[in-house]
Design a protein around this ligand. Structure first.
Ligand code: KIV
Length: 270
């Protein structure tokens, strides 16, 4: 089983092979995704929302990201692991950005990091790439900009927004990123960017014309409560329902004396 590397991901675009990406935050889920054959596992700062229950990704810290990245790296054998740089880990200076990117590699065991932002983050991307840490860009809807943007809404619907996002895409590639996430933009814009760039584009809510797709694992398997999922999510299972029915059955078994049964008990040797 060959380990997936950054050059392998770039080659997938050259060969016209689609790139499926999923998030994971724990060792057991990472193991399952890896064994199922996912080429990239992203330890997204979405963990703050889907695992901790925050309203935004903004409170997530570097230490929390490193902890979860370590867990994911323990669970995977083959997939490339990308650590998502959280808010305030790369915005306040190039040295801090370099140090935090390095922590993902040295302490977390990741092989690449993700940075939100286009033109505004060109220097940061360049600085991290210059120390040989591969960077995945992230443009379009960037959840760490939630307060400036005023909500999680589709981007690139006006001519001006479109021009800005196209420029962001080109700048991220020029700054040395090996791939770029494009979030919540109309499919034709994502398709145009995918045609222009030589690095792989990974879409989320960006239609079918990108080189790859990424989803949050909790959305895909139905582990996000009864909350309304965004339009771009396809739910493949309802694990939440399965957990609930297993727990209800367990509660009944315990309260009605069916668990533990004989086969769950240790024997004395006499
Ligand atoms: O934080 C995250 O999980 C992400 C992906 C969904 C792109 O940024």
């Amino acid at each position: 089983m060959k380990k997936i590397t950054v050059p392998d991901i770039i080659d997938m675009k050259r060969q016209g092979r689609k790139i499926p990406v999923l998030t994971a935050y724990s060792c057991p889920i990472a193991r399952i995704l890896d064994q199922a054959g996912i080429p990239i596992i992203m330890v997204g700062d979405s963990l703050g929302m889907v695992e901790v229950g925050y309203d935004t990704t903004l409170p997530v810290t570097m230490d929390e990201m490193i902890y979860h990245t370590r867990a994911v790296v323990k669970g995977r054998k083959r997939a490339l692991v990308v650590g998502d740089m959280p808010f305030l880990s790369y915005q306040v200076g190039l040295d801090e950005a370099r140090r935090n990117a390095g922590r993902f590699i040295k302490e977390g065991g990741a092989e690449a990091v993700k940075v939100e932002g286009g033109v505004r983050m060109a220097e940061v991307i360049r600085a991290i790439v210059d120390m040989d840490v591969p960077v995945m860009g992230h443009i379009g809807l960037t959840p760490q900009s939630i307060h400036r943007k005023g909500g999680y809404r589709v981007q690139g619907t006006t001519e001006e927004e479109r021009r800005v996002i196209l420029q962001d895409a080109k700048t991220v590639e020029e700054a040395g990123a090996f791939s770029v996430v494009i979030e919540c933009v109309p499919p034709d814009l994502a398709g145009e960017i995918t045609q222009i760039l030589s690095i792989p584009t990974i879409g989320i809510g960006a239609g079918p014309h990108t080189d790859g797709q990424v989803l949050v694992i909790n959305d895909l398997i139905g582990l996000n409560g009864e909350e309304k999922t965004p339009r771009f999510v396809k739910r493949y299972a309802n694990i939440g329902k399965l957990i609930a029915s297993s727990v209800e059955e367990y509660i009944k078994d315990v309260t009605e004396g069916r668990f533990p049964a004989d086969e769950h008990c240790y024997r004395t040797q006499r």
